[in-house]
Design a protein around this ligand. Structure first.
Ligand code: SF4
Ligand code: MG
Length: 314
C-alpha cells in the first residue's frame, strides 16, 4: 500500500540573531490513508513547523515530502493549487484564522473558489450542517461566534474541498475544556464519514490518546519515539515519552495516587543551542556519559521506534 504522505529527512532551519536554528531536523514520517497520527511534544519542539511544511504553507530547507506518491516538496504555487484542496490545515486559534470582515459563508467558500468552483453555496451549506452549525450561520461574522462555533467554522473551511489529509494543529487547546471533547468527537465523526487522514498535533498526550492510532513524540526538532498508540502509551521506551505520560492524569483515583511521577528538570533547551549528544540529556533521569557525546538515532525497540541509548524495557 502506498503511503498517503511520506516525509523523508524533512528539515527546516531559520536564521536568527543567535545563529541558525534547526526547528525541524530530519523528520521521517509516513501517514496512511484514513489514519490519525498524533504528533506530540512541548511547545517549540517543531511540531507546528512540521505541520505547516507538510501542507506547503512553509518551505522545507531540505528533505522530501511525497503526497500520494508524488514529490510536492518544491512544487511552485501554480502547480500546488490543484492539490491545495486535498491537503488542508485546521489552526489552533480559530478567530485569528478567520477574516473578521467576511461572513462565515464566504470564508468557507474561499478554498472552493480557489479551485474554480462557480457556485460554492450548496457545498458551503452542506459543510455548515455537517459541522453542527447549521446553514443559517452562513451570513454571520466571526465575532458573533463562540470559540467552539468559530472552530467548527475553521473545520468546515478545511473540509469543504474534501481533503485526503488534514493537519489539525492543536485544534482544541484554545477552547474551553467543556467543549474540547465535542470538537474532538466532531473531528472523529467527520473522519469516518469523509475518509480523511489526520496529523493531529498536540502538547497534551491525553487528547491524542483518544483519537490517534499511532503517535510520534518530538523533542527539539526530532522524533524521539514513534509507534502504535497502545504500544507507546502502554510501555513508553523513551525517557522523555515516559516523563510526559507520567503527567497525564489517570481516570482511576487509586492508580493515580500510586503511580510514579517523573518531573523533568528545567525547560527544553533553546533550539539555537542544542545540547551535544542526545539533545534530551540535560533533563534525562537516565543520562550517562555516552548520552553527552553520542547522538542516538531512531531504532526498533520492542515493537516501536525510539531514539535512545538506554531505552526503557518493560
Ligand atoms: Fe536519556 Fe541517554 Fe536515552 Fe537520551 S540517550 S534519552 S540522555 S538515556
Ligand atoms: Mg504550535
Amino acid at each position: 500500500v502506498t503511503a498517503l504522505l511520506e516525509l523523508d529527512g524533512l528539515t527546516r532551519t531559520f536564521r536568527t540573531r543567535r545563529g541558525t536554528v534547526r526547528a525541524v531536523d530530519g523528520v521521517d514520517l509516513t501517514v496512511r490513508a484514513g489514519e490519525t497520527l498524533g504528533l506530540v511534544g512541548e511547545s517549540g519542539c517543531g511540531k507546528s513547523t512540521t505541520g505547516r511544511m507538510l501542507v506547503r504553507l512553509l518551505d522545507a530547507t531540505s528533505g522530501r515530502i511525497a503526497f500520494g506518491g508524488r514529490d510536492i516538496t518544491r512544487l511552485p504555487p501554480r502547480r500546488m493549487r490543484p492539490l491545495r484542496g486535498q491537503l488542508q490545515i485546521i489552526f489552533q486559534d480559530p478567530f485569528s484564522s478567520l477574516n473578521p470582515r467576511r461572513t462565515i459563508g464566504s470564508i468557507i467558500a474561499e478554498p472552493l473558489r480557489v479551485q474554480g468552483v462557480r457556485d460554492p453555496g450548496p457545498r458551503v451549506r452542506e459543510m455548515l450542517e455537517r459541522v453542527g452549525l447549521g446553514a443559517e450561520h452562513a451570513d454571520r461574522y466571526p465575532h458573533e461566534f463562540s470559540g467552539g462555533q468559530a472552530q467548527r467554522a475553521g473545520i468546515a473551511r478545511a473540509l469543504v474541498t474534501r481533503p485526503r489529509l488534514v493537519v489539525a494543529d492543536e485544534p482544541v487547546s484554545a477552547l474551553d475544556v467543556s467543549i474540547q471533547a465535542q470538537i474532538v468527537n466532531l473531528l472523529a465523526e467527520l473522519q469516518r464519514d469523509l475518509d480523511l487522514a489526520y496529523v493531529f498535533i498536540a502538547h497534551d498526550l491525553a487528547v491524542v490518546r483518544n483519537v490517534c492510532a499511532r503517535v510520534a513524540v518530538m523533542y527539539l526538532g526530532r522524533i524521539v519515539e514513534i509507534g502504535d498508540r497502545d504500544t507507546v502509551y502502554g510501555a513508553p521506551a523513551h525517557p522523555y515519552t515516559k516523563a510526559l505520560l507520567s503527567a497525564v492524569p489517570l481516570p482511576d483515583p487509586v492508580a493515580e495516587r500510586e503511580r510514579e511521577r517523573i518531573v523533568l528538570r528545567g525547560d527544553p533547551p533553546s533550539p539555537a543551542e542544542p545540547p551535544a549528544g542526545c539533545a534530551f540529556h540535560p533533563r534525562c533521569f537516565k543520562a550517562q556519559d555516552r548520552c553527552r557525546v553520542e547522538r542516538p538515532v531512531l531504532a526498533e525497540v520492542a515493537g516501536r521506534q525510539a531514539a535512545c541509548h538506554f531505552p526503557e524495557v518493560h
